[in-house]
Write a protein that binds this ligand. Structure first.
Ligand code: PGA
Length: 253
């Protein structure tokens, strides 16, 4: 079975949520995971303002920290932007790029996402590259066409299983409580796997493909057991430790 030996990743995307008090939730995730070796890698991507403190709070826990976006350049006159190297400097191991909220709200195109993913690689970060169709594209039967076009344009040539994670997030499923059927998820993830293998060969066969969009404790077990689903990118349900732990526990026997 494709991807059978891939260690899954459960990544929480806090988006623009959380003041210092929210760090208590990360501490609670740490406490809730105990000291055993978990079946999945776990990551929290807080707002940039909390990244340094979150990394310090999670030191030695095995829980990874990640950024939510980065600029393509290393430094320079880009007011308000954050370089991938700066995320590393704050303790990040990864960065989300091309989230649909950045594509829609900041006009990011595939080529921008690709430049950001390359910047992540340059800095030594894993790039979590997001793709996904809108409701309209889905209704028009264009899901796989859109997703494969985004992958082709957003992934840099140097992508490997170690430095790149793909997150399939149907735009209409984000924050809505709606999810595709298990069959739909299986079909899209199979297409993504095929595209990754076609372009990156053995690396593409081992790259993690996360599902994202309204993942919660009650649906995690079903979604995460689908072939070629190698973990989850979790928004709303990652803000509460109990919910996030409930999702992580989908990987426990
Ligand atoms: P959601 O968000 O889990 O709140 O739907 C997922 C995401 O945007 O990464």
């Amino acid at each position: 079975m494709a991807g059978a030996r891939i260690k899954p990743l459960v990544a929480g995307n806090w988006k623009m949520n959380g003041l210092a008090a929210q760090l208590a939730e990360a501490e609670a995730v740490r406490a809730g995971m105990g000291s055993g070796s978990p079946a999945a890698d776990v990551m929290i991507c807080p707002p940039a303002t909390l990244l340094g403190r979150l990394s310090s709070a999670l030191e030695g826990s095995g829980i990874l920290a990640g950024g939510q976006d980065c600029h393509s350049e290393k430094s320079g006159a880009f007011t308000g932007d954050i370089a991938a190297e700066m995320l590393v400097d704050c303790g990040a191991a990864a960065v989300i790029v091309g989230h649909s909220e950045r594509r829609a709200g900041h006009g990011e195109l595939d080529r921008d996402v690709r430049a950001k993913a390359s910047a992540a690689h340059r800095a030594g970060l894993t790039a979590i590259v997001c793709v996904g169709e809108t409701a309209g594209e889905r209704a028009a039967g264009l899901t796989e066409t859109v997703v494969c076009r985004q992958l082709e344009g957003s992934l840099p040539d140097g992508a490997t299983a170690a430095n790149t994670v793909v997150a399939y997030e149907p735009v209409w499923a984000i924050g809505t409580g709606l999810t595709p059927t298990a069959e739909d998820v299986a079909r899209v993830h199979r297409s993504i796997r095929g595209a990754l293998e076609g372009r990156f060969g053995a690396e593409g066969a081992q790259m993690r493909i996360l599902y994202g969009g309204s993942v919660k404790p009650s649906n995690a077990r079903e979604l995460l057991s689908i072939d070629n689903v190698n973990g989850a990118l979790v928004g709303g349900a990652s803000l509460k430790a109990a919910d996030f732990l409930g999702i992580i526990s989908a990987y426990e026997a």
